[in-house]
Design a protein. Sequence first.
Length: 457
Amino acid sequence: MIEELKGRFEQLRVQWGVPGMSWALVNGGEIAQTGALGFQTAPASRPVSNQTRFQACSISKPIAALAMLRLVDRGLLDLDADVNDSLTSWRLPANAEWQPIVTLRHLVSHSAGLTTSGFPGYKRSAQLPSAVEILTGVFPANTFAVRVDTIPGVQFRYSGGGTLALQQLLEDVTRTPFPALMQELVLDPLGMTDSDYTQPPPERVHDLLASGHDEFGGPVDGGWHVYPEMATAGLWTTPTDLCRYALAVQTAFAGGRGALLSQPLAREMLTPQVTASGGIGGLNAVGLGPFVTQDGVPPRFGHSGGNEGFRCHLLAYREDGIGAAVMTNSDAGGWLLQHAFAAIVEACAWPGDLEEIVEPDWPATATLVACAGAYRVREEFDFTITPAGHGLEAAFAGQAPIVFAYTGRTDAGAIEFASTVTATVLRLESEEQPGQAITFVQNDQAIVCPRVQIGDL
């Protein structure tokens, strides 16, 4: 099985142009296999090893939630109390005269109605904001303020901003820096010795860090981005350490000896709170931190992760003592992960099927090239388009360029590209006649923008 999986993973790595990857498998309640392929930085450099650390990206969230639940177990926090009762250095703001009530249960199940889905991170050379500056949306933060704009507790709405609020609350309550608190409550007790939430990572471990890469294999500027949003996206770790977390959750759920959580709270942790979509493995709901399965799907838990230049996934079964973590240092790693977990399920004879693999349906390069040019929103307000990977880059009058990533096709066959920094969409209505016009969609208003002829500029 080991050589069979390794060979399949190498095929996938080459197929998708992923510079490096690493994995670990859990079987029989213990880590049964680990492996690594490729290089930490493209082109060929230091080989990836089992000790190479990758950005865990959003898998940082359920591990941070475990720390919070340990404090709930100790009676220091209440899952259903207003978080503003515990926050001191920042408080969730009111909307006019209405003060929303948000709880820890809301935060870790992504049902708080909070804004800011994710964070782009910061270049290593950039000035870093504090967590409070990010939450309030002030310089040098590169995202808007975190606030409630839908009714808390009603439905799933993914919010990295909510996990950042959790980070700040834990620091306020314990008066302990977040990385040190995570070492004390989770990383050290679980033996996650190759893991650290410190941002930026200390120089002494730089040789162990994989560099991120775009979907075409180009390195991220500076090797990686820095994430002061530590609980949201800041963990550097290995697949082996992620599997140690999964084993700890399985042990606590079973009420095993030495569990980090009481069994009742562990079982609540893996109980669906809201219906959602969480990626590979049929994860169709959120518990208290991890995504989980419900409605006839084998009881699994896990989480996906995606930072600039990194993609990873953790998936484990609730009661069968099996699971796996796979980490990559490429934006193309998301496509590899689907196939990698399908190979694991087959090779290890895991119960239940995974969902159907989704293959990329990128626009043709010729289509993107044909879109290059200037377009008019209204008189005296134009923007220019240039191809950018599988997406587009738009420069609006008086503004710095913005990348619009390909997001898919509508039922009518239009191709859509979404901004990575604003709530804006560019839509190419016809792939057969690209470049005649582009539809600009913002604030529920769709504006057809005709191409500007050279003589009209």
